[in-house]
Design a protein around this ligand. Structure first.
Ligand code: PMP
Length: 438
């Protein structure tokens, strides 16, 4: 028996026509089964069975203003009425690039792309073109999109794997030859990078990192870590790439690079940039963007800089910048209150929870280790218990990401946070304590 018969029926229909019933593999993880939705507005999304769910997935992050923010919708409608994509430049695209150039420290030059995966791939190509080296250092637990070149060490098993000599592919079908160009290291461990650079520095084109490890555990960099990566990159002539697809705009309009005061050579922005419309940005210092200027390295895309994505991004940034970034302050305040409220509920119900992250996004897990500082600290998380928690929260009318990440939007209210904490309290009170934590 499912509480969601219409969703289940749509999923069964979908499976006959969409592989696994989904268009992105992460959606196949939905609890209790992949769900279908009919509409969304503000902080709420309506599922196919008519439940209005309070949404902390924000569609995996992009809907930073909430769903269908009126100014974004109006901008998109106006733009699409005047053409979809011109395969040429338009003033709005240039104005958006100028805004990003003003906001983002490393953005001396930009290019627009359509997804985060492509943007990360473009940064790696640029780093290789400038350095004329091949290898890229990436970190355990970091996700930079689904493309082969960076799809290693994304969610490796915890037991003694991840030898730098043999990076583990994320899934089947990844070019085995790509592995030799990737070095996977533990994150938040400067000595590991220093050692790898001492051995392989001459071959390393780039170090790529999520500046906060959002895709696993929502782990912030240790003090000095990003600065240390900056120094090691400089010392060895490699590019430092920040993948800001999640941190971009949640942690401020200058991204994590502004927040932590470390300017990378290249950076990606996506998700929140377009409020759910397909647009991403590749930003870089002039020297690292030069291969594009010179036409030595190619980056292309039929849909890039399309009118609708550009309009959505311009409207989103305008709202975020307004009143001295009031929307971002609201998100940060509510997110921190929710994070701390959930942690307190763990203590009240005697359930060992780990709730951590900057606030605008944070991660929750059933775990005895109260604080994680690197991927391997997530080894004992009880993921099955968290999935059960998600399912119970859904029945309370609250939609969560099954992997533990929570996103807060400008459309959430204090009342929403209170409702959520009450629901979480009921669920935690009812939940059988996860076996690992008894
Ligand atoms: N980088 C990071 C840090 C991400 O979180 C994601 C998506 N979750 C991507 C890249 C890929 O972006 P997209 O799904 O738009 O291709």
């Amino acid at each position: 028996m499912t509480l969601y018969p219409a969703s289940l029926a749509l999923h069964e229909r979908a499976r006959r026509v969409l592989a696994a019933g989904v268009s992105s593999q992460f959606r196949a993880l939905g609890v209790p089964h992949p769900m279908a939705y009919v509409s969304a507005a503000g902080a709420r999304i309506r599922d196919a069975d008519g439940h209005a769910l309070l949404d902390y997935t924000l569609s995996q992050g992009p809907c930073i203003l909430g769903h269908s923010h009126p100014e974004v919708v109006a901008a998109v409608q106006a733009a699409v009425a005047e053409g979809q994509v011109f395969a040429g430049q338009h003033a709005a695209e240039i104005a958006l690039a100028e805004t990003l150039q003003r906001l983002i420290p490393c953005a001396e030059l930009l290019r627009f792309a359509s997804s985060g995966s492509e943007a990360a791939q473009a940064c790696v190509r640029l780093a290789r073109a400038v350095t004329r080296r091949q290898r890229v250092i990436k970190f355990e637990g970091h996700y930079h999109g689904w493309l082969d070149s960076l799809a290693f060490g994304v969610a490796p098993p915890f037991d003694g794997v991840n030898e730098p000599a043999a990076p583990l592919p994320w899934c089947e079908g990844i070019a085995a030859s790509a592995a030799q160009d990737v070095i996977v290291l533990p994150w938040n461990d400067l000595d590991a990078v220093r050692d790898a650079m001492a051995r392989h520095g001459q071959e390393v084109a780039a170090i790529i990192t999520e500046p906060v490890m959002c895709n696993q555990g929502c782990i912030e960099p240790r003090p000095g870590y990003l600065q240390g990566l900056r120094e090691l990159s400089d010392e060895h002539g490699a590019a430092l790439i920040f993948d800001e697809i999640i941190t971009g705009f949640r942690l401020g309009l200058s991204g994590a690079q502004g927040r932590y005061g470390v300017t990378p050579d290249l950076a990606t922005f996506g998700k929140a940039l377009g409020s759910g419309l397909p647009i991403a940005a590749i930003c870089g210092r002039a020297r690292w963007m030069a291969p594009l200027v010179e036409g030595r390295a190619f980056h292309a895309g039929t849909m890039n800089g399309g009118n609708v994505g550009v309009a959505a991004a311009a409207a989103t940034l305008a709202v975020l910048e307004r009143d001295d970034h009031a929307a971002l302050r609201h998100i940060a305040r509510l997110g921190a209150a929710l994070r701390d409220g959930l942690a307190a509920l763990g203590a009240r119900h005697g359930v060992a929870l780990r709730v951590q992250g900057p606030g605008p996004m944070f991660h929750m897990a059933f775990a005895t280790l109260p604080r994680a500082e690197t991927y391997r600290h997530l080894a004992s998380d009880d993921r099955a218990a968290y999935r059960a928690f998600c399912e119970a929260m859904l029945a309370e009318g609250i939609r969560l990401i099954e992997r533990g990440l929570w996103y807060v939007s400008a459309a959430h209210t204090e009342a929403d946070i209170a409702v959520t904490l009450e629901a979480a309290s009921r669920v935690l009170g009812r939940m059988e304590r996860p076996a690992a934590l008894r």
